[in-house]
Design a protein around this ligand. Structure first.
Ligand code: VGL
Ligand code: ZN
Length: 201
């Protein structure tokens, strides 16, 4: 069972979006080319309530990019993005979404962010992703999407922790790079955790 996980290929993460990742739209062609080669395609969708606690707009004195403590977890303050049922939360037009078998939404709890497709950032609650993969008998996953240094990284690290043989498809990823070097550091972290890093595909 070859499984592809597409992470957060949504309007808000591509140029023009609320949390635009530089060249984020370039992952579309890679996703479209790879989907037909996999038996199972699962896409994650960042899916926040309008008053989500990761939004700087919800906190007095907090600006976008600040790190603040949110219910005991360090949280980066983001611009409002991927609000449920908004255009920004939709998959990018041009993504061949009829080839997606399952969509897993995350970040739905107002009180905690969820970068990983598997767990919320406090590691407490799970999405249905792990169960879905097990139900399909998946033991290996390939991961690509947005953003390399946040949702892709945490999804990959959790996949490894859960025992999936995990590949990172680097040409299908683009990152936020809040600080210079964040993307390279994220790739190195994934590699040293046991992820095979594919630099071509
Ligand atoms: C993401 C920041 C906030 C991502 C989601 O998809 O990488 N980053 N929410
Ligand atoms: Zn988010």
């Amino acid at each position: 069972m070859k499984t592809l996980i597409l992470v957060d290929i949504q309007n808000d993460f591509v140029p023009g979006g609320a949390l635009a990742v530089a060249n984020g739209d370039e992952v579309l062609a890679v996703a479209n080319r790879l989907m037909p080669k996999f038996d199972l395609v699962v896409a994650t969708q960042d899916w926040h309530p309008a008053d989500h606690g990761s939004f700087a707009s919800q906190h007095d004195g907090v600006k976008v990019g600040d790190v603040f403590s949110f219910n005991g977890v360090d949280q980066i303050a983001w611009p409002d993005h991927c609000v449920q049922n908004s255009y920004g939360a939709e998959f990018v037009a041009g993504l061949e979404s009829h080839l997606i078998d399952h969509v897993v939404q995350k970040g739905t709890n107002q009180l905690i962010d969820s970068y990983s497709g598997f767990f919320d950032n406090d590691g407490q609650s799970t999405t249905r992703l792990a169960g879905l993969l097990k139900q399909h008998g998946a033991t290996e996953v390939a991961v690509m999407g947005l953003a390399t240094d946040y949702c892709v990284k945490f999804t990959v690290l959790d996949a490894v922790k859960l025992g999936f043989k995990t590949k990172l498809i680097l040409p299908g990823c683009r990152g936020v790079e809040l600080q210079a070097g964040d993307i390279d550091a994220a790739v190195e972290q994934m590699r040293s955790a046991g992820t095979a890093v594919m630099r071509a595909c």
